[in-house]
Design a protein around this ligand. Structure first.
Ligand code: DX5
Ligand code: ZN
Length: 221
């Protein structure tokens, strides 16, 4: 079963509450929350207070994607502000500190994910596999919505799928960047189970139709 996680990066930030409600009614499974610090990525988006307000506005599963440098400094507070899952980038700190960040997320009773950028090898997730619930593979350079899907990342997605299948226990494979009704089936075929879609959902007036198109095309593979 494919889960679709619309990214609120492409939403209207003046009306996040109603945007979240609309996505829920339209059949979205999770809400993806992109946090950017202007340091790890060349853009600044939203942070703790916005997550806290969003938490009060919706009961949807909040999938928080931290595109921030040294996330260990902030994971506790993102858990307290209502994240259900916190994703940290393996490139954002030392292996030891990423491990500590994951430990804090789990201690808070939340789900933890590790994320890799397009230039990072699939094997970079291996040191964290035993401790995470999800692996997120980026199919654009993180920082901006609306970019073109990097199809050269598909072999890596398949490779991560193999690594997850070889490991004991269940972990989800998530993909983020340029996912739309055309590229979603390619991701599903490579083994992705959670599809983040920003502009492909929020850029369309009929969000339900956008979500259904992604889901239907994945079900056809
Ligand atoms: C990019 C973000 C993505 C982005 C996806 O840095 O992590 O979640 O919002 O947007 P689209 O689907 O438009 O590529
Ligand atoms: Zn994201």
């Amino acid at each position: 079963m494919i889960k679709i996680a619309p990214s609120i990066l492409s939403a209207d930030f003046c009306k996040l509450g109603s945007e979240a409600a609309e996505i829920k009614a339209a059949g979205g499974d999770w809400l993806h929350v992109d946090v950017m610090d202007g340091l790890f990525v060349p853009n600044i988006s939203i942070g703790l207070p916005v997550l806290k307000s969003l938490r009060r506005a919706t009961d949807m599963f909040l999938d928080v994607h931290l595109m921030i440098d040294r996330p260990l400094r902030y994971v506790q507070r993102f858990c307290e502000c209502g994240a259900d899952l916190v994703n940290v980038h393996v490139e954002a700190d030392t292996e030891e500190n990423i491990r500590k960040a994951i430990e804090i997320i789990k201690k808070n009773g939340k789900k933890a994910g590790v994320t890799i950028k397009p230039g990072t090898k699939a094997e970079a997730i291996v040191p964290f596999l035993d401790d995470v619930d999800l692996v997120l593979v980026m199919t654009v350079e993180p920082g901006f919505g609306g970019q073109r899907f990097m199809s050269d990342q598909l072999p890596k997605l398949s490779r991560v799928r193999v690594l997850l299948d070889e490991a004991a226990g269940d972990r989800l494979l998530e993909v983020d960047g340029g996912v739309d009704a055309d590229t979603a089936p390619l991701c599903a075929k490579a083994g992705a189970e959670v599809l983040v879609a920003g502009s492909a959902v929020f850029g369309r007036a009929d969000r339900a139709a956008a979500i259904h198109a992604i889901r239907d095309n994945c079900n056809m593979i």
